[in-house]
Design a protein around this ligand. Structure first.
Ligand code: 5GP
Length: 206
């Protein structure tokens, strides 16, 4: 991507959902490398850290009482219980970034996405689809981080999440990583090119 890409005057809030094993994390990392000026919202979670993850980068790892305190104080933009663990989006960093005109990406589940659609109707929602449910099972197996029982539960919950894909603005089929990256990048760039976000150019030329 050219470094001459100019940040829009107002940022967008992107909500990305997709079942575990949909390849969402890999896809998001690639889009972050290609589009400058996107902020990833680091969620709070009560689940344990996985190998390869880092505190404050992938998640803020908190215990249940700390999570409940954040939730009860209204410090979370949205929250949900996923796979028996709590997850939530800290409100302040997202709202501060949006106030500064930056764009923020939330990687959250369907329950959380519904809450954000209500509180931020202008949010752009994207669902990452796997080619099939069987692919999800294979990808979770290959990751090697979860037990067979956890994988079976995640596949069941993935099917439930997939059932909500019709509620989203955009669908990205992740059967080919390069094509899926191009599609997601295109969605982000198109949304950031809306005339309503490009007040400077409108003033410049009219
Ligand atoms: P994982 O434990 O595999 O990192 O994530 C499990 C699921 O939780 C994913 O579908 C992910 O999108 C979702 N998730 C992660 N952070 C949040 C959050 O802050 N809020 C909600 N609602 N879901 C989240």
């Amino acid at each position: 991507m050219s470094t001459t890409w100019e940040k829009p005057q107002s940022g967008a809030l992107f909500v990305i959902s997709g079942a575990s094993g949909s390849g969402k994390t890999t896809l998001l990392k690639r889009v972050f490398q290609r589009v400058p000026g996107l902020r990833f919202s680091v969620s709070a979670t009560t689940r344990a850290m996985r190998a390869g993850e880092a505190e404050g980068v992938d998640y803020l790892y908190v215990d249940v009482p700390t999570f409940q305190k954040l939730r009860d104080h209204g410090d979370l933009l949205e929250h949900a219980e996923v796979y028996g663990r709590y997850y939530g989006t800290p409100r302040e960093p997202v709202e501060e970034a949006l106030r500064q005109g930056l764009s923020v990406v939330l990687d959250i589940d369907v329950q959380g996405a519904r809450q954000v659609q209500r509180s931020h109707p202008a949010a752009v929602t994207v669902f990452i689809l796997p080619p099939s449910v069987e692919t999800i099972r294979q990808r979770l197996d290959a990751r090697g981080t979860d037990s067979a029982e956890v994988i079976a539960r995640r596949v069941r919950e993935a099917e439930e999440q997939l059932g909500a894909c019709g509620e989203y603005d955009y669908l990205v089929m992740n059967d080919d990583l390069e094509m899926a990256t191009r599609v997601l990048e295109s969605i982000v760039l198109a949304e950031l090119s809306r005339t309503s976000r490009r007040v400077r150019w409108v003033k410049l030329f009219s």
